[in-house]
Design a protein around this ligand. Structure first.
Ligand code: NI
Length: 257
């Protein structure tokens, strides 16, 4: 049994064929999906999907590249859904310095990240974190505003050292398609040493398609490739790894197995 801890079935590439995508994934052993929002519409759609499909859960929030110009009204509308029984996390939230170079806009990202962590803390929810080329500031914020109900570094691509800091804050590490890339040195190192009880897997579909399907649109059905590669790197039975990761994911998001 696998749990795709971060996918975008709410994306325009997947949503039109969502029944097919879910069925194909279930055939490969995926039992649950966390559909992650990144702005107003995608968050509302994530909740709608979670409402309709028993195996789907939702995360709601504003991604760092989507925060410019968000009104207080839209923010409140999205966040009011946090009391919905299938909303299990605030995310994806965080920092992205790859796409945003402007200092003022980066400051604004920090403000929004902190605001959403505090919201999650007040509402007893874990967070799903997006961090791209912003590790130093991200870690500093997490130290000062530690998620009280934990959280996950989604598609973790940082170093082993940063991983240790994040683990010390009580958080989880999610590995995705990048761990399968033939030239992925650091994600493979992280996979080898990450403690079993803090590891999640994800697809981030339709992005980050695992090897050997790079170039195609990603789908949750490819998550088995991520699991296989981690099992190989950890020199561990796939079945055991799969069970542990599934339990970790349910524990973090407070979901009955
Ligand atoms: Ni994502």
């Amino acid at each position: 049994m696998m749990f795709d801890s971060h996918c975008h079935l709410n994306d325009e590439n997947l949503y039109p064929k969502i029944d097919e995508v879910i069925e194909a994934a279930k055939k490969t052993g995926v039992k649950k999906f966390l559909v992650v929002g990144y702005d107003k519409n995608s968050s509302l759609l994530a909740v709608k999907i979670a409402d309709k499909y028993e195996e789907c859960y939702a995360a709601i929030g504003f991604h760092p590249t989507e925060i410019e110009g968000v009104s207080e009204e839209d923010y409140n509308k999205v966040m009011s859904l946090s009391s919905h029984k299938k909303v299990v996390a605030i995310g994806e939230i965080g920092l992205d310095y790859h796409w945003v170079k402007d200092e003022e806009k980066r400051e604004n990202q920090k403000k929004w990240f902190i605001k959403q962590i505090e919201y999650a803390n007040e509402h007893h929810l874990p967070i799903s974190i997006h961090n791209r080329e912003s590790t130093e500031d991200c870690v500093e914020i997490l130290k000062e505003h530690t998620p009280k109900y934990s959280g996950v570094m989604h598609c973790y691509s940082g170093s082993v050292e940063t991983m240790d800091i994040v683990l010390n804050l009580g958080m989880y590490i999610a590995l995705g398609g990048t761990v399968t890339f033939t030239n992925a040195k650091t994600p493979k190192e992280v996979a080898e040493v990450v403690p079993l009880d803090r590891l999640l897997i994800e697809t981030d579909s339709p992005y980050l398609t695992p090897h050997p399907h790079r170039g195609e649109k990603n789908e949750p059905k490819y998550i088995c490739l991520v699991l296989e590669e981690i099992a190989r790197l950890k020199d561990m039975s796939k079945k055991h790894l799969e069970d542990v990761i599934y339990k970790n994911t349910c524990r973090l998001f407070n979901i009955d197995e």
